[in-house]
Design a protein around this ligand. Structure first.
Ligand code: GLC
Length: 728
């Protein structure tokens, strides 16, 4: 039997089986009204649940995806506690991913900062707003690495690289929870949930919920490091994925949820199923019997049933029939009660929550500044042939495109408490250059051409000194269950770009989107391209900060941009293979190639420009490294441009003697250096043995003795190698 705190053990000793079972499932906050519990007008899986008023006063938690109103949530908790026999507080959970009321850049954008600072700041701000409203748990961070931008959920994750995945995991967990566990009780932090454990980013065809069939090699060395970093950072919950590992749905996969997650990885918190997925063993037709599927989830180690209501329907019967034990119920309920204890809810279920606090935080100065700064530092300048930065004394600027002046800039998962306040691009430009004449034209719809709009846009471009062409996606094109078979920029937008650029070559294309797009045709005609992603509340101001050079773009791509959808999957850390195609082109036969295109992405991982240029010296490093010791690799970086600039120096390693097929290079370190024009600096990376390890086919993580190559450069094309040998 798992040992819990005295308080939890005492509660378990007093609780009936019904009360313990009730801690393992959820209600909807909509049940609870001022005058009590109303179970009407509920949709989805809850409509056939057997919730009753007595049970409603026992449930362990609610999904609270609708209310940013602290006073309303306070009333729900007050009513609940007035009716809960043992005064066990209700847990409020929601998807506060990159927004609560203020909207920050999407997680994929924040990953492009190539450091954790920005994600940590965003998580801290989201946590403050959520806790002030009475929310205790967020279903974030999403740590699903992927190589498939057709998959709409790429928008929520940290991109394609395990190192950046570990950076993101630590940053988001510490931002949400604080670095010290006690901070969960301070009224400014919330519990975080690592999701979706594990391998969801490998859904077939980029289709949500579809089959995932990934090797142990990929699972252990690509998918798991981010989750391990999240566990090590103290995440309080883990959410099981909708998908399966080795053919066993994760929610009923004991090897994953207990042996690996709790055993090998050391997780000691709450496991919650993804929405309505407890019945997965039945949904996958592994079992007929609903009760048996439910038992499988319990046996696997799933503590909370998110909104499938199979736990309330079947656990009592399974217990009565001796198919699950009181020890299992005590462990599940004990994990949930411990989470409430860690959040300080037994001492004060209202800590930090008030309307005064939400009024101060929501869209307030402090959080707007975080939204603006992190948006600036996540944008990636993909191309710039003399257009940027735009002079502030420019007389006339045409802001053209479907995103020129629209508010749809928040990205997926920002919708629960957002209602349209984003600063538009045109508003941001007007704020930055109030004396400049702006001509604003939509030019086309997001997917629809319009001859009249096009004509007006071309006329505007012809009259302007500079054109800012605002293109991209709508929020609802990415996120859960928003998958595409074609990630090209829509034809209508390309048609607009061609016409506008023909009318005025002094054009910069600004992109607001939630996934990598296939931009080959745009890249052929646009002299400048600034990838802004979905930036949220401060979009226009952050974009203007970059366009006019008050700040330089410093973001780097955390995910490769394919030339076309047919290239997917294309990623930088691809393995060393026998028929390697060094040029990437189609000219050499009998190598990994396409007949009709390069195998290399249009924009590679780690790529991104600023407003100056940098040069790198050759890499220096010792020839030998002993096990347990460290070595230093150095490189001199010089600002060869005419203005101050920040370079994201990237360290890549290549294992020349791996015992299994292994990536040709892996990002293992990042340092940002700010240099004045002409200034040089020696950048030093310390390489330790852990950086050389990988999980072998025997399941053990260790480094092989043998040769390694060190590369230090601007992006994943760095290939100036200094070799060293790891020796015992
Ligand atoms: C959804 C998502 C998950 C989310 C949960 C609650 O289906 O898969 O990421 O946290 O349900 O909204």
């Amino acid at each position: 039997m798992k040992v819990f705190s005295k308080r939890v053990q005492d509660l378990l000793a007093q609780m009936t089986p019904e009360e313990k079972i009730a801690q393992t499932f959820q209600g909807l906050v909509g049940y609870y009204h001022e005058e009590g519990v109303k179970l009407e007008d509920l949709t989805g899986p809850v409509s056939d649940q057997t919730m009753s008023e007595s049970i409603a006063w026992m449930v362990g938690s609610v999904i609270n995806n609708s209310s940013a109103d602290a006073e309303k949530n306070r009333k729900v908790q007050e009513n609940y506690l007035a009716n809960n026999r043992l005064k066990i507080p209700l847990l409020f959970m929601t998807d506060a991913i990159h927004a609560y009321r203020t909207v920050f850049p999407i997680p994929l954008a924040l990953a492009c900062a190539f450091e954790g600072k920005q994600a940590k700041e965003v998580a801290g701000a989201v946590a403050r707003e959520a806790r002030a409203a009475g929310t205790h748990v967020t279903f974030a961070p999403m740590l699903d690495l992927t190589r498939d931008p057709r998959w709409g959920r790429v928008t929520e994750g940290p991109g394609e690289d395990p190192y950046l995945g570990t950076i993101a995991a630590k940053a988001w967990v510490e931002g949400f929870q604080g670095e010290d566990k006690q901070q969960l009780k301070d009224g400014e932090h919330i519990a975080s949930t690592l999701k979706h454990f594990a391998g969801y980013g490998f859904v077939a065809g980029g289709r949500d919920y579809d089959d995932t069939d990934i090797s142990k090699r990929t699972l252990n060395n690509f998918v798991m490091p981010a989750f391990q970093a999240g566990v090590d950072a103290g995440a309080q919950l883990v959410m099981s994925a909708f998908t399966s590992v080795d053919g066993v749905p994760v929610v009923v996969n004991k090897q994953m949820l207990t042996d690996t997650l709790r055993g090998k990885m050391g997780f000691d918190g709450v496991v919650i199923s993804d929405y309505g997925s407890v019945p997965d063993a039945a949904s996958y037709h592994l079992v007929e019997d609903a009760a048996e599927a439910t038992k499988m989830a319990v046996d696997a180690g799933c503590d909370i049933d998110m909104m499938s209501f199979w736990y309330p329907n079947y656990l009592r019967g399974l217990y009565n029939e001796g198919k699950i034990t009181m020890e299992q119920l005590d462990t599940m309920a004990g994990n949930v009660l411990t989470l409430k204890e860690n959040l300080g809810l037994f001492e004060d279920p209202y800590v930090g929550m008030s309307k005064e606090r939400t009024d101060e935080l929501y869209l307030g100065k402090r959080h707007r500044e975080i939204a603006r700064t992190t948006a600036r530092e996540s944008a990636v300048l993909l191309k710039n042939e003399g257009v940027l930065p735009i002079a502030k004394d420019t007389k006339t600027i045409a802001v053209i495109g479907p995103h020129a002046n629209d508010h749809d800039l928040q990205g997926a998962w920002a919708s629960f408490c957002w209602n349209g306040e984003n600063v538009t691009l045109a508003e941001g430009i007007a704020n930055a250059v109030p004396d400049t004449k702006l001509i604003i034209e939509e030019g086309c719809g997001f997917r629809e051409s319009d001859a009249k709009l096009l004509e007006k846009a071309v006329a505007a471009a012809s009259k302007a000194d500079v054109v800012v062409l605002a293109l991209g996606e709508q929020t609802e094109w990415s996120g859960e269950n928003k998958n595409l078979t074609d990630i090209s920029l829509p034809a209508a937008q390309l048609e607009l770009a061609k016409a506008v650029i023909a009318a005025n070559a002094n054009t910069v294309a600004v992109l607001y989107n939630g996934r990598p797009l296939a931009l080959t045709e745009l890249d052929e005609i646009a002299p400048a391209i600034l990838e802004c992603w979905f930036m949220g509340t401060e979009t226009g101001n952050a974009t203007a900060d970059l366009l006019f050079g008050d700040y330089e773009p410093t973001g780097r791509l955390a995910i490769s941009f394919p030339r076309c959808t047919g290239q997917i999957p294309v990623y930088y850390n691809c393995p060393i293979i026998s028929h390697l195609n060094k040029s990437g082109g189609s000219e050499i036969p009998y190598v990994s190639r396409y007949l009709d295109n390069s195998i290399l992405p249009l924009y590679r991982f780690g790529e991104g420009l600023g407003y100056t240029t940098f040069e790198y010296s050759s890499v220096s490093a010792p020839d030998v490294m002993r096990r347990g010791e460290t070595i230093e690799a150095t490189c001199t970086v010089t600002n060869t441009g005419s203005r101050e600039g920040t370079e994201t120096v990237q360290l890549y390693l290549r294992d020349e003697r791996a015992q299994i097929v292994h990536p040709g290079k892996e990002l293992k370190g990042v340092q940002k250096v700010t240099l004045q024009p002409g200034e040089s600096r020696v950048v030093t990376f310390t390489i330790d043995e852990d950086m050389l390890t990988y999980v072998h086919n025997d399941g053990e993580r260790y480094a092989d003795v043998g040769d390694f190559a060190v590369m230090i450069g601007h992006d994943s094309s760095a290939d100036d190698r200094k070799y060293f040998t790891l020796k015992d």
